[in-house]
Design a protein. Sequence first.
Length: 533
Amino acid sequence: MRALIAALFTLTACNLPPVDGDGGLEPEPTPDAGVDAGTARCGEGITPADGIVLTTTGAVSGLAQGDTFAFMGIPFAQPPVGMLRWRAPEPMTCWSGVRPAIAPGPKCPQAGPDGGVVGDEDCLTVNVFAKRGAQAAPVMVWIHGGGNTVGSGSDELFDGRDLASRHGVVVVTMNYRLGALGFLVHEGLNAESDAGVSGNYGILDQQAALRWVRDNARAFGGDPSKVLLFGESAGGQNTMLHLVAPGSKGLFTAAIAQSGGLYGTTLAQAQTGLQSIVTSAGCGAAADQLSCLRSVSAATLAGIASAISPLDRGVRYSPVTDGVVLPADPLALVRQGKQHGVPVMLGTNADETSRMVTNVSSDAEYQAAVRAQYGVMRGNLALAQYPSSRFSSPRAALIALTTDATWTCPSRRFARALASTQQAPVYRYFFTWRSPGPLGNLVGATHGLDVPFVFRSFSALSTNFTPDMNAQALSSAMQGFWTSFAATGTPTGSITWPRFPANGDEALELNTSITPLTGVRTADCDFIDSLVP
């Protein structure tokens, strides 16, 4: 995750957007009964103290650092192993005594950087970062990216201590099942489900984590009536999805989708597309494929490759519109006003695909790459709108086209649908900061570059990047916008951020100078939208 944003802040690709809601300002009530009832049952005889918190399933002790505590590796559901593999997460049972929460839990199984597999199937944990003495603080719940295939809530880039210390918020990061373990669709799994569907286990994990936050926020000094859900890439897309997922209603009061895309897959499409997983796992010829799959090691399943970039082809692990967890296409639901009606901020980076595209060096190579990606007919239309002569190089043209088609324009489409069908405000940003020097010229405002600005986690970068005064100022401004939005549903700072209007194109440019924009690649997005139903 940090390799080329190791060469400039790495975070990998994307994933998806769900039902109900009247478009009003008020979310469903967020009950706060869980801690009182739960601790009486699970934490009997233990008194909360500095660094010791009673949760609904028992007491945990945290790690102090300066004026904050980190509580890491807290299980929010039972291990999804054995017969619980490919089942909705089950509530965690109580533990006795004080459970140390001073080290992250294992990652969910995934491909490792050296080509092997890392992680453990017993991975459903959260990390909580809170300022000492916090009371009724806004809660910020982060969904990590990684194409629903890799990543962890414990990545150093998502360390919430700086946000907690500087702004007094409570930050929660989570793990959720990934890859084949989190998103497999199979007819055998459909048959054993009461709802007759499968897949979306990673989404159900995220909902379980949000319920854990609802029930435990106050114990860590948080306010369960002020919960911001935010994420980047796949985490941003999943955040968009939770805006319409019935099981997510009432579990958060505002949402931020950073570089979240719109990619829908039906249950039938996923079942066909993921059949290769069964074959790769050695279960294609089995009389009982499901029993065979449950006997396969988690490492084997996690090692089955997928396309983690929207620019790739082949197997894709993503949420599916199954009619239950996700009732229908998310954008269609929002256009019908069936979202949960909370304040939303969403935005993208100027050069999202700079680390994903083919390295074309000539106009002929550029044209061939576009036609290969979009087909001959659409490719020719795209080439007419994005001729390489418009840009500094054929590579720059390819980055612009793929960034707009995959992120910039779908984000505007979603913002327009939200602003047209709900009373709660919508805000949009366009992140354009680039690192000084050759590397910045090469990758620009690449995918994931905004994340260390939000968490102020520059020290986690393997590039040994030291932010200059301008970068530090932008980080401070973004933290202010993000945390005020968590508290009030309005991003506030040194500049007034205008609401995104219905059918508009406005945004706030986030760079060393923060400036309102009246349009973001308007003509290009009008063209791309003309090709989309």
